[in-house]
Design a binder for this molecule. Structure first.
Ligand code: A3P
Length: 292
């Protein structure tokens, strides 16, 4: 009925990143061997919550420059020994990597070194729509084309999607922060970033202890505004994007709006979603904004 989606990979009963190798256990062993330091920065997000956007900002801040990152960000989910070496092997430069790990899979070696974590979240309705518009574009994920939005939404609420259900992913990360008050984790909100990007760029720079000129901060905010970024990324498609996707566009940049879910959810679906999600959201301490 749902088009027979088979791309849900599980380890220890949990759905992990679809980008990670099937042999997740060996993969986790590998990512535990890298040479992490407390200067390294991990951008963490549930899929389609603004990870690439946040990565771009963090990268600019760390390099004290407003130049765009020319490639697809390195993803820990797809780490190879040579990628880990190139990202984390420089004594004079902090490593920066993106990933979709739940805390239980996050490399313990990195936690031990107290790597800095920048966590970004987005309202779960827009995330559902963004995911639905995304997976089918990936090479090898064509089966997602046959899933109706109605069925995707059902899978999403059941946690039968990559990286499991929205609530558990966030609850686990927020618990980790609550249980380790002095651990360096910055929690960002996609909708807040849409409202005031410069303020959030400043917040990230402070967290990373990067003392940037005001003009650089503002230039970073300007260049990371959706339209500017969309245009730049689509006219400078990294070659690896062609290999990974079914279409000739930069699939990490689509609409970049708050509230696109209103174009997708029926009233009944919205009510069903709230009935399911509202009691869960009451249990976590973050502000969710479905519109601006
Ligand atoms: P939409 O599909 O709703 O457009 P991720 O990077 O975690 O995969 O998230 C992708 C989502 O972030 C996409 O959402 C994408 O358009 C949006 N996005 C990317 N860059 C953005 C920006 N500069 N401002 C706002 N949203 C952005």
């Amino acid at each position: 009925e749902d088009g027979g989606v088979t791309h849900i990979k599980r380890f220890k009963g949990k759905s992990f990143s679809p980008m990670a190798p099937d042999d997740f256990e060996s993969h986790l062993r590998l990512v535990n061997t890298a040479n992490y330091t407390e200067k390294d920065v991990f951008v963490v997000a549930y899929p389609k919550s603004g990870m690439n956007w946040t990565f771009e900002i963090v990268n600019m801040i760390l390099r004290n420059s407003s130049e765009y990152f020319p490639n697809i960000p390195p993803f820990l989910d797809m780490a190879t020994p040579s990628m880990l070496q190139s990202v984390f092997g420089n004594a004079d430069k902090p490593g920066l990597i993106a990933n979709h790990y739940q805390p239980q899979f996050f490399p313990q070696a990195a936690i031990k070194q107290k790597v800095r974590i920048v966590f970004v979240y987005r309202n779960p309705k827009d995330v559902a729509v963004s995911q639905y518009q995304f997976y089918w574009k990936l090479k090898g994920f064509g089966e997602y084309k046959n899933v109706s939005f109605k069925n995707y939404l059902k899978r999403y609420l059941d946690g039968n999607v990559p990286c499991g259900d929205w609530y558990s992913f966030h609850k686990e990360w927020l618990d980790l922060k609550a249980d380790n008050q002095d651990y360096p984790i910055l929690i960002l909100c996609y909708e807040d970033m849409k409202v005031n990007l410069a303020e959030n760029v400043r917040k990230i720079a402070d967290f990373l202890e990067m003392n940037l000129e005001e003009s650089t901060l503002l230039e970073i905010a300007r260049k990371c505004e959706f339209r500017t970024m969309f245009q730049h990324k689509n006219s400078n498609l990294p070659p690896e994007m062609h290999m990974a996707t079914e279409i000739k566009e930069h699939i990490f940049y689509r609409k970049g709006e708050v509230g696109d879910w209103k174009n997708w959810f029926t009233v009944a679906q919205d009510e069903e979603f709230d009935r399911h999600m509202d009691p869960l959201l009451d249990k976590i301490d973050i502000n969710i904004r479905y519109s601006l």
